[in-house]
Design a protein around this ligand. Structure first.
Ligand code: NAP
Length: 335
């Protein structure tokens, strides 16, 4: 049946400006790293993308290597575009990236102009698109001059393959350099995509400050620490969960110490009338330099849960202090 999007899809989503640009992104974006590959059930992937769009999530994040197999998430998304979302292309912000291992030989990885341009051409073919809205260099390549990688992003934008340039997982100093080079070339860097969650606060040590200073937006990935910051693992490792697949989230990552913190955080979230996943999303969005929380999902209910986080984004001082205390392992005060 032909997809008819909800007519109320823009009524409750929050949109935030990406740095000093003209683009506003949804406060919640959907990434297709897991659960959208060739090995996954297409109808579930399709249902999640369409539900997200119905909720006002206009931004879908991909990369050349998402799958498995690598490339297949872009094929899945291309099919959804072709069959359902084609009439709504101008309502979407589609991103892709290159920077990790993608094909054999010296031109299928890292940060050369040769790799970045060829990879984006492959991504466009897989998605059936003429252009992506944002193209990222996925990680800094220490052996390629930053001028070459940024020059490739500038060329990619000028040649019409992407509307905006972005960088991912660059440190504060490289971020400043990249921003400066791109500004000089006349293609300002729209956005940075770093990891950020209550369990990984490294970007608070200089990166967020650099982004604010450069007028760049920030979309943070894995705000749920791949599912750890939710009730997913409180009663063991469920069949089919990310940790059960022992890929990027390992069972060994679910330590008793982390679970104890998750339990205390979940109790705090409950006091705010939220699930822990909702509080974890609201928490990354509390920072004024953060434009969007980029979540993953394996089912529609997780997208609904994430969207509901936006109903309560405010934290009082005491709540933030309690979260800091839990995260730093300070024991609960006895009554
Ligand atoms: N730039 C980079 O280098 C980079 C790296 C990693 C990710 N990313 C991007 O960021 C996106 C998000 O990363 P991520 O998937 O790690 O994010 P995440 O939101 O931290 O983790 C998503 C996982 O958490 C679980 N989950 C989601 N919502 C839940 C809820 N409401 N309650 C309970 N569990 C819930 C699901 O796990 P189950 O599958 O177990 O249900 C889901 O697959 C990726 O898709 C990708 O676009 C970028």
């Amino acid at each position: 049946m032909r997809f008819q999007p909800s007519t109320t899809r823009y009524d409750s989503m929050v949109y935030r400006r990406s740095g000093k640009s003209g683009v506003r992104l949804p406060a919640l974006s959907l990434g297709l790293w897991h659960n959208f590959g060739g090995v996954d059930v297409f109808e579930n992937s399709r249902a999640m993308v369409l539900r997200a769009f119905d909720c006002g999530i206009t931004h879908f994040d991909l990369a050349n290597n998402y799958g498995p197999p690598p490339g297949s998430a872009e094929e899945t998304f291309g099919r959804i575009l072709r069959e359902d979302l084609r009439p709504y292309r101008d309502e979407l912000i589609v991103s892709s990236k290159a920077g990790w291992d993608m094909w054999p030989g010296p031109y299928g990885n890292w940060g050369s102009r040769k790799y970045l341009v060829a990879s984006l051409d492959q991504s466009l073919a897989r998605m059936g698109l003429d252009y992506v809205d944002i193209f990222y260099h996925h990680r800094r390549d220490p052996e390629t001059p930053i001028e070459e990688s940024m020059g490739a992003l500038d060329f990619i934008v000028r040649s019409g393959r992407a509307l905006y340039a972005g960088i991912s997982s660059y440190g504060p100093e490289d971020t400043r350099k990249a921003a400066q080079i791109l500004r000089g070339l006349g293609t300002p860097c729209l956005i940075h995509q770093p990891r950020y969650s209550m369990f990984d606060r490294r970007i608070e040590d200089g990166l967020l400050e650099a982004l604010a200073g450069e007028g760049m937006g920030c979309i943070v990935f894995s705000p749920l620490a791949q599912g750890l910051l939710s009730d997913r693992y409180l009663a063991g490792v469920p069949e089919g969960s990310r940790a059960s697949k022992n890929g990027f989230l390992k069972v060994a990552d679910i330590t008793p110490d982390r679970l104890a913190k998750v339990e205390r955080l979940a109790a705090l979230a409950q006091g705010r009338g939220q699930t822990l996943a909702q509080m974890a999303i609201a928490w990354v969005l509390r920072h004024p330099a953060v434009t969007s929380a980029l979540i993953g999902a394996s089912r529609i209910a997780q997208i609904d849960d994430g969207v509901s986080a936006l109903r309560n984004l405010a934290f009082c001082h005491e709540e933030l202090q309690s979260i800091d205390a839990i995260l730093s392992g300070i024991p609960r005060k006895s009554a």
